[in-house]
Write a protein that binds this ligand. Sequence first.
Ligand code: PAF
Length: 286
Amino acid sequence: MRTVHTRGDLAAALSPWRRQGDTVALVPTMGHLHQGHLALVERARRHGDRVVATIFVNPLQFDRAEDLAAYPRSLETDSRALSEAGVDLLFAPLEAEVYPRGRDGVTRVEVPVLGDDLEGAHRPGHFVGVATVVCKLFSLVRPHVAVFGEKDYQQLLIVQRMTEDLDLGVEIMAIPTVREPDGLALSSRNSHLDAADRARAPALHGALSACVDALQWGDTAYAALEQAARARVTAAGLRPDYVSIRRQQDLGPPDAGERSLVVLGAAWCGPARLIDNIRTDLPPRD
Ligand code: PAF
């Protein structure tokens, strides 16, 4: 695996592949990699002749300076893992490579409506930061395919929508959430959990699963189910930001007849903010 840090070196590394018509699959990450990221790489390998991964802790998508400062960084270990997983090229730029004129006045990409609610409401500016950096990474790498995790379900829909609206011509692929045996979704932020918080953390997934079970039994009292899930998260010692039942397709509020649902949740567990979601497709009504 070759590692480059500048946009010039990136372009030089990509150019022979382009000339010979190789397809490129992109895996954008912020590093501190886990098995979930490696699952993205594995999918990328199946869909591109060449796999490019990026590691960039994008300051534009952090709504809190402490979160940005505390975000775990482990470039050396990450490089080894990516190389062993079969990545051909790693782009690990400094901020000045991505935002050469500084980030304050940079042109931004906004996906309205989809980006305003849930995570967008709790983390102002977050999705503008995500959409902007993903758009820039697409422009710099010009991949045929890009792979994202379903754990960040709202992010996935936003990237899909942006790619369509801006005619970016990149095929977006989604990979199911990878979990610990007790249900906790893998996340780079899990490394902030001490032993007591780690023991409590699966409660978010437990509450979302209970909500999905109730939906599968035909319960359509969405507000009551959300309230019960929040209470369960609170009882486990977490601080829920939201639990919400939405339409899978566009995260709009579902009516009682909706069959394709997603239950999304976010909660503070000690110093870490966990997010998770479970999609569920209900059987057609008779
Ligand atoms: O999901 C992430 O790790 C980030 O939001 C992404 C897509 C790499 C953009 O910085």
